[in-house]
Design a binder for this molecule. Structure first.
Ligand SMILES: [Zn+2]
Length: 405
């Protein structure tokens, strides 16, 4: 290991013997007691020296025997250390492409804040290159979202849609003005390629449109149609639920942006669950949905504020990446909504419904009864922090704690 104190965290001395790593409440940590000599040694942990060289430097600075190894271990256990050579073979392959890595450097630094193991961040970033995601819908939300995923290092982002690019589909980061009149899917795929930090590894021919591709890590449904955003048709996701493909909804309806739910089929509430739940709350819901769906198609596209659409695309992409990176399914069972002009995000729960065929409700019931019987704590979904940083809380050394800043 070639240790490196995570450069993403700004450092400051809280007092003569306590160092604070990071500024924000979400990720800041304090470490103490630490004497000034050890504190200045932190600067040498910058990813250029291996353990032998570090011990030598320690001796030169008159640090007691074992102090250097103890410090490195302590920092590693607090999740504050990265490994300049770690992350496995895929990470090594990424290091061999410095221009690509430079494009992704801020994303790597950000990942280092949400991972605990040295080398883990680059390993995750490298793993993105082998992922396959499909975005259905190439309007103001879908095309931007697909480009964001591509720009963030996801290796293959396919976009599906029909028709031709209309002037109102154009959005910064999405479909460019010069694509008006081109096929929507082709124009969106070009935007995705342009956003990619390098040429992704070539694969075999893509599955033809309409087929259900089992190799997808995630499908994002970002319809241009406002009714499909507000009341997603369960039938549109039948094949995804049947094949167990995780999928995420995102879109803009009237002046409301929607992100979620992230559906883990058979585990968390799906579009069918949402429909059943809404029907329970409002018996005329199905009647309204039928009218909306049979309404006259708009000539110029539904209302869609450009900034709101971009915010939705960004948040949906962040949820997608968190899921793809293997973190807690933070968007599962939740529909985030934000409306103009107040712009307060609200989380609306999407509960698994017993009348829905997806099976999530039965699974939830089985788990609950098993939980009751064994009095087990299995609240991992509600406590993403324990999932994100396995072991760090339990193994945190005395004198290391999350900073209240
Ligand atoms: Zn369901």
């Amino acid at each position: 290991m070639v240790p490196m104190v995570k450069p993403a965290l700004r450092r400051g001395w809280r007092d003569l013997n306590t160092v604070q790593f990071g500024m924000t409440p979400a990720h800041a940590m304090t470490l103490g007691p630490m004497d000034t000599a050890t504190g200045s040694f932190l600067d040498l942990l910058n990813g250029t020296r291996g353990p032998e060289l570090l011990r030598e430097e320690g001796r030169r600075m008159d640090l007691p025997d074992g102090q250097v190894d103890g410090l490195v271990e302590r920092l590693a256990r607090a999740g504050l250390l990265d490994d300049a050579r770690g992350g496995g073979p895929a990470a090594d392959a990424l290091r061999a492409k410095p221009e690509l890595l430079d494009r992704l450097r801020p994303d790597l630094a950000s990942l280092s804040l949400t991972t605990s193991e040295p080398g883990e961040a680059l390993g995750l970033l490298a793993a993105r290159r082998s992922l396959r995601v499909q975005v259905r819908g190439a309007g103001r939300v879908g095309a931007v979202l697909a480009s964001l995923l591509s720009g963030a290092g996801v290796g293959e982002v396919d976009v599906r849609d029909c028709g031709r690019v209309e002037p109102w589909d154009v959005a910064p980061g999405g479909l460019p003005a010069e694509s008006v009149g081109d096929r929507r899917d082709e124009a969106a795929r070009r935007a995705v390629r342009r956003a990619a930090p390098d040429r992704p590894p070539r694969r075999g021919s893509r599955a033809p449109a309409g087929t259900d591709d089992p190799g997808l890590s995630l499908v994002i449904l970002a319809p241009r149609d406002d009714v499909a955003v507000h009341a997603p048709a369960p039938s549109a996701a039948d094949a995804l639920v049947a094949s167990g493909t995780p999928h995420l909804y995102a879109g803009v309806v009237e002046a409301t942006g929607v992100v979620g739910p992230l559906v883990l089929p058979g585990e968390t509430g799906c579009a069918g669950c949402l429909h059943e739940d809404r029907t329970d709350r409002d018996p005329v819901w199905p009647r309204l949905v039928t009218q909306w769906r049979s309404g006259k198609a708009r000539q110029t596209g539904p209302p869609c504020d450009l900034a709101l659409a971009t915010a939705v695309a960004g948040l949906a992409a962040a949820h997608a990446l968190a899921f793809l990176d293997g973190r807690g399914p933070s968007g599962a069972g939740v529909r985030w909504e934000v409306s103009l002009p107040s712009l307060h995000w609200r989380a609306r729960p999407v509960r698994a419904h017993s009348s829905c065929a997806c099976g999530a409700a039965e699974k939830g019931n089985r788990e609950h009864s098993a939980e009751d019987a064994a009095s087990h704590e299995t609240m991992a979904v509600q406590r993403p922090s324990t999932m994100l940083r396995p072991g760090t809380d339990a193994a945190r050394l005395a004198g290391t704690w999350r900073a209240h800043v």
